[in-house]
Write a protein that binds this ligand. Structure first.
Ligand SMILES: C[S@@+](CC[C@H](N)C(=O)[O-])C[C@H]1O[C@@H](n2cnc3c(N)ncnc32)[C@H](O)[C@@H]1O
Length: 310
């Protein structure tokens, strides 16, 4: 698979399984819609492989979408901003991170945010109860070199400029507007980090609410792909989607998680991928071809091969 640019470091990015996700795309669709875009790994892989020419990326996190807007429409400005900060930090990296963090919390500026994401622990966004970014720096990392950052930013801008809608809305409002000719890829926050807190802090979606949303999508015959739960060997995270919704579940070997590697463990993570019933029909692939792309799920439910639902 060719190298896909990835300018925004982001915990939970689907970069490592985007190839498998793309292999479930139908031949033709209008717009790829990502209501929980984050670092938009799937949109970037899609654009890099020329599998769609229209995109809608959305995330509730406004500063993140402001950063996306800068990357796509002002690549040289945001690259310069990042480079300036990166150079200014030299020799006082720790102290400088906290200065930028304060400035970001009072201004929301995209170049500050990119710098913080490049330097913070596990590229993981954390907010306090006041909605302020409060993640600490990873003092072993200086952040990606500005030349590499600039080169990825320019490729992304080339791929997405003029063909991408950028919004910062609640996912439900985005789903209301999708049509049968679109393809929706959803990667909501893991339920482990999803405590139903104030949505301004970007970590809350309610499970039952979400179920009713995907039920509606399935009834409207929208084609969608959903990443929702998964497991590390022996440990499941997230609730499964009930079997009465018209979707098919499969598992993908997503390799070793960064955390396991850091802790010297060898645990493999398996991510679930759900395909909407309508998408399965559109794919019109024999079951063995679908399953050859993934490890079939061997849980207690849905032992049957996909594609045999009406
Ligand atoms: C698991 S991450 C998505 C990661 C993404 N697939 C990637 O490749 O980087 C989930 C995202 O959902 C966003 N989010 C949380 N609640 C949301 C909501 N109610 N509506 C829209 N986005 C939301 C979070 O800000 C977060 O960026």
């Amino acid at each position: 698979m060719k190298r896909v640019p990835h300018p925004i470091p982001y915990q939970g990015s689907k970069r490592n399984i985007s190839g498998t996700i793309l292999s479930f795309f139908p031949h033709r669709f209008d717009t790829l819609v990502e209501p929980f875009a984050g670092s938009a790994a799937v949109s970037l892989a899609t654009a890099s492989h020329g599998k769609s020419h229209r995109f809608h990326i959305n995330d509730l996190n406004k500063p993140l979408m402001d950063l996306w807007n800068e990357i796509i429409t002002n690549p040289s400005g945001i690259s310069d901003g990042y480079e300036t900060l990166w150079n200014e930090q030299k020799g006082r990296e720790k102290e400088f991170y906290f200065i930028v963090r304060d400035k970001f919390n009072s201004t929301g500026r995209p170049d500050y945010f990119l710098y913080l994401l490049a330097r913070c622990v596990k590229a993981s966004i954390r907010y306090n109860s006041k909605g302020e970014f409060n993640q600490s720096p990873d003092n072993r990392r200086k952040g990606r070199h500005p030349d590499k950052m600039r080169s990825d930013i320019f490729v992304v801008s080339y791929l997405l400029r003029g063909r991408t809608i950028i919004t910062h809305d609640d996912y439900k409002n985005i789903l209301k507007k999708v049509s049968k000719t679109d393809l929706v890829y959803m990667d909501p926050p893991y339920q482990g980090v999803c405590t139903g807190r104030d949505p301004r802090y970007y970590n809350g979606i309610d499970f039952d609410d979400f179920l009713s949303q995907i039920e509606k999508l399935a009834r409207r015959r929208i084609s969608f792909i959903l990443s929702y739960d998964g497991r590390k060997e022996g440990k499941t995270y997230g609730k499964e989607i009930p079997t009465d919704i018209d979707i098919q579940r499969m598992e993908v070997n997503a390799g070793r998680s960064t955390q396991s590697t850091l802790l010297g463990r060898n645990e493999i993570t398996y991510e679930s991928i759900y395909l909407s019933g309508d998408l399965v029909k559109r794919l019109n692939m024999p079951p063995d071809k679908i399953l050859s792309k993934v490890i079939p799920y061997r849980g207690t439910k849905q032992m049957a091969l996909p594609l045999n639902r009406d």
